[in-house]
Structure formats: C-alpha cells, structure tokens
Ligand binder design. Structure first.
Ligand code: 4AD
Ligand code: MG
Length: 435
C-alpha cells in the first residue's frame, strides 16, 4: 500500500522499505546522485535520493511512484527524513514548460490557478478552509441547528437589484441567488433554527480585496429570537471556529506566516457598538467619505459604513466588533425597524478586527406584512416577485432573525491574506471567470 510522504516521517519507518506516490516538486541532479523532492496528494513532501541515471528525463511535476528505504538524517530537508530510492515508476513525464516556478506574478498564478493550487500556499489555504467549514458545521449540529439547502436559482433580489446576475431560465428571467435568507425564513416555520452553506452570487462591479462574484455563504435563521440572541450565536460560532482552527491548523498558519497571538484573544463577548456612536467616533477623527461625484465631506448619521470607515473603527481592536442599529435606509427591505426608534433597523454587522471589515450581517426581520410591502416598493422591487415571501407574514408571522457570514471574509482574516482571492481555489471576480 503506497503511503503519503508525510506519513513515513516517523521513527517507526526508519530502515523500512516504503512506497510513496506523488509529483516531482524539486529536482537537483549531481554527477552521481539526484535529489528528488516528491510532493504527495495532500501537500506533504519528502526528499528521495537516486543514482542520477535512474531519473534521466524526469521533469518537474512528473507523476511518479518511488520505492525505497526511509533513512533519518538531520540534514535532510523537510523534517530530517528521506528515502534512499530503489526503484521509480513514472506515470507521466510532465512537459518541460511547467509555468509555475518559485517566482511569478499574481496574475500568472491566477491565470494558471488549476496548476497553482499545487503550491504549498494554496494547499495550506485549502486545508484551513476545510477545517473552518468542518468546525462551522459541527458547531451548528452540536447546538441544535438543522442543516438545509436553499435553491440558488431565484426570482427575487435579497441584497438590492444592482448586484444581480440575470439568467435565462427556460422562457423566463431568473437570477443567481445573493443569499438564502428568504428561503431560510420560510423554513423556520416548519423546522425551527436552520442553517445552510450555499454559494451566493453578486455582480460586484468594483475590484476590491474583499469582494468576489461568487462566495460561500454560511447563513442561519431562527424563530422567536431577539437581536441579542442572534449576536450571541455569531460570537460563539466565530470564537469556536477560530480557537479550534488555530490549534488544528497551526502548521498551515505558520507556513502562511500568520501570527496567531491576536486570534487567541477572540472569545465572547464582542463589543456592541451602537451605529450612532460609531459615526460619532468617526466624526471626532474627522473621517471623510467620498461622494459619487468625487467630492469629499465629513461622515454623518445616515451614511452607511464602508471599507474605509470599518478599517478606521477596528484598526486597534483585537476582537470583532458588532455595529448595531443601522438606519433602515441603508439596509435591505427585510430589516425590522426598532419599534422604539423610528428609522433605526434592528440589524448588526460583525466587523473583524485590524481593518478586515465586515464578515457578517444579520438581525431581526420585518414581520409585519404592511410595512414589508411598503419597503419592497420603496426599494424599487416588484412585490409580485415576493408574494410567497409575504405569505410568511400572512400565515402565522413570528419575530425571527438570522445572519449571513462570508466564509472567504472569515478566511481572509484568519489567514491574514492580502486579497480575498487567495482564500478560494477558483476565484470568480468581475474580470475572472476562468480557469
Ligand atoms: O451583508 P450581506 O449582503 O447580507 C446578506 O446577504 C444577508 N441576507 C445575510 C443573512 O442575513 N442571511 O452578506 C452577508 C455576508 C457579508 O457580511 C460578507 O461577509 C459576505 O456575506 N459577502 C461577501 N463575501 C465576498 N464577496 C462578496 N461580494 C460578498 N458580499 C457579501
Ligand atoms: Mg452586509
């Protein structure tokens, strides 16, 4: 049975004959000997030593099977173990023009992502991501939430009409889903607290380090909750995922040079910062926003927060901050208005520390059919597309709420990635739909 390179690096294999499979990661030929670093199919690597004649014609990324004896040598790269090769079986000799070397531009790495995902950086990212998803799923299951799947082909906008991807659906027009929220809202009447992980699509026309056109959306919704209940769920979930991920993926985070000292501090409670106070803080620092025509003015109550104001609010924080009570005018039609404060929405965003910005949005949902219909119209949406959704307010409406978390936003913070594109294997942006 072939083993993985990472498996044989243990005293129990020293002196034993093993077989490993993988790809030529590095190749150094001397007069008599050749040093082949083999990468296995989980990113583990080990050096194999052969007499030079045995590896004639071998190229980088050729797929091979090596049989040899494990030896321990403190000088061996990659952890002090290596394989003294006896035989080598070649599956495929890779073309000599393999485009990924030690140094190349970010653009080339994106163009060749189908190959670049063999790099150790991408393998580390993929492993952390798998762990984050696994931990999230287990947290929901252990806390009594039921996993559901919502459709991704839909008729209505959730997060505004401007970022909708239109599609021809047989003889009608439909859209790619921006959020599963409305469907989760329907499900809570039958299933109680539910959660889902689905792709969400946004035709984001801006190029930023935190926007993708397709992202993994973790969403949750529950009946009979208050805003504080929704915040508690989020801070517990995020803290749990981070604390466990930094333990389970310490090696990968170290490879990515992520110092986890500040992540260790991520424990409930997170600060609750009222929106008005956030604006006041920004004003006291003279924070300006740029209008559509390019002119600048001081931020004021009523303005939405953006990447720059979020950075300003969180740059010195070591834990996430909830900004609560946004004006309903800057939030979608479904946000519930605070009955005690007109114009204020019972909505909250979680902002990650150190400038990473918004990673979740959530809150309570409008449960009154009249206000809801008005708000849909006000947003310029067609109430007819929401008739089924309005039924939820007609037949047994209950106070309820939930939130959505962008997995790649969370990943960018956990891994300290410069760009959100680094956190996903095949990123989709305004300018990239291949590979
Ligand atoms: O803030 P958003 O738009 O809120 C919603 O979609 C709600 N309906 C969710 C809900 O309550 N069920 O999106 C939620 C989160 C954001 O906080 C962000 O983390 C992520 O999804 N997100 C994106 N991530 C990457 N690229 C984009 N273009 C994103 N847009 C939103
Ligand atoms: Mg949001």
């Amino acid at each position: 049975m072939p083993l993985r390179a990472s498996q044989i690096k243990s005293p129990e294999y020293v002196g034993r004959e093993v077989t490993i499979r993988g790809w030529v990661y590095r190749l150094r030929k001397q007069k008599e000997n050749a040093f082949v670093i083999v990468r296995d199919d989980r990113g583990g690597v080990v050096q194999c030593i052969f007499s030079a004649d045995k590896v004639a014609g071998l190229t980088i990324e050729s797929s091979i099977e090596v049989t040899g004896v494990v030896i321990q040598d403190a000088r061996a790269p990659e952890g002090g173990y290596e394989i003294k090769g006896k035989s080598i079986k070649v599956y495929n000799i890779a073309g000599i023009d393999y485009p990924i070397g030690e140094y190349q531009s970010d653009e080339l790495l994106l163009d060749k992502r189908h190959l670049a995902l063999r790099t150790r950086k991408m393998v580390a990212m993929a492993k952390i991501r798998a762990t984050v998803l696994d931990l999230s799923r287990r947290w929901f299951v252990e806390n009594g939430w039921m996993e559901v799947t919502a459709p991704t082909i839909v008729k209505g906008a959730v997060e505004g009409g401007s970022t909708l991807f239109k599609l021809k659906y047989f003889d009608e027009e439909a859209y790619l889903s921006q959020s599963a929220q409305l469907y989760l809202e329907a499900m809570i009447f039958a299933l109680g607290p539910v959660w889902s992980l689905t792709p969400s699509f946004r035709a984001e026309k801006s190029r930023t380090v935190r926007h993708l056109a397709e992202f993994s959306h973790l969403e949750a919704e529950a009946p009979w909750v208050m805003l504080e209940d929704i915040l508690l769920v989020q801070e517990q979930l995020v803290s749990h995922v981070i604390q466990s991920a930094i333990k389970e993926r310490a090696e990968e985070l170290a490879y990515l040079k992520r110092d986890t000292a500040d992540l260790k501090k991520v424990e409930p409670p997170f600060e609750r910062l009222p929106y008005d106070k956030a604006i006041e803080m920004l004003r006291s620092k003279g924070f300006a926003i740029t209008e559509e025509d390019g002119s600048k003015r001081e931020i004021r109550v009523g303005d939405d927060l953006n990447i720059d104001s979020e950075r300003e609010l969180t740059k010195d924080a070591s834990k996430p901050i909830f900004v609560i009570g946004y004006p309903i005018a800057v939030k979608p039609f479904y946000v519930k208005e605070d009955p005690d404060h007109r114009g204020v929405g019972q909505a909250a965003d979680m902002l990650a520390p150190a400038g990473f910005g918004e990673i979740t949005s959530g809150g309570l949902r409008e449960d009154d059919i009249v206000s809801m219909t008005e708000r849909i119209k006000k947003e310029g949406l067609d109430p007819a597309a929401y008739d089924w959704y309005l039924d939820l307010r007609k037949y047994g409406s209950v106070p309820h709420g939930g939130f959505g978390l962008g997995i790649e936003r969370l990943m960018r913070w956990i891994t300290n990635a410069d760009d959100i594109k680094d956190t996903v294997l095949f990123p989709r942006t305004m300018s990239r739909v291949t590979p």
